[in-house]
Design a binder for this molecule. Sequence first.
Ligand code: CTP
Ligand code: MG
Length: 230
Amino acid sequence: MSTAAIIPAAGLGLRLGGEAPKAFREVGGDSLLVHAVRGLLAASAIDLRCLVVAVPAGTEQDMHARLEPFVGSAELHCVAGGKERTDSVRNALEVIDAPGIDCVLVHDAARPFVPPDMIERVVFAIRAGASAVVPVLPVTDTIKRVDADGKVVDTPERSSLVAVQTPQGFEPGLLRKAHSGPADGATDDAMLCERLGVTVQTVLGSEDAFKITRPRDLLLAEALLNERQA
Ligand code: CTP
Ligand code: MG
């Protein structure tokens, strides 16, 4: 069986700032999006058959031409993203043809350095029977819930908390069902599945799979790339 992957890459990158949308910002001479695509292709055991990238509206053709050299024999589609991340994923999901696909990955363009073994853990968990899988890491900060006035409501026990990364993996029919209803502020795709009452399985994530969100994250990305190339 084969895998399809969706890369939402249509965000503005407001927290990062700068001229270009975040996915087009470069580290080591390549855009974050190109790094993310390369990372998925490097996980050879997943047999990536189809890649759908949600890009800023109007850049679809240009991005298709730019990404084509990196996708090998996988089928590439570039579609216009939407207002929210969930809208971008939903637009991408529409062009995935399910026959022969047993896992759909959803992976942020803003996480350019995910190691192949982590991607394989996600896909293998789906192939072992899970319907939805998320890679996670323990949190290191104490996390508190606060109210609208910034007053602390409570402190969940840290050992029960994890930080969630991407790629997240889904059985194709489940992901379609999850995206068929209202997104209502969902910040990841697993959350839509949780609302359906589906059990979401976790696998070990990776520190290298950090998300580039703020300017300092670009420094870490440069450092990581230098370390890998050393
Ligand atoms: N994304 C998307 N469509 C949107 C919003 C986000 O495809 N309407 C993508 C981003 O391009 C990114 C991923 O979802 O690859 C994770 O989102 P985030 O890190 O929040 O990126 P941005 O939304 O671009 O950044 P910001 O929230 O700082 O504006
Ligand atoms: Mg965002």
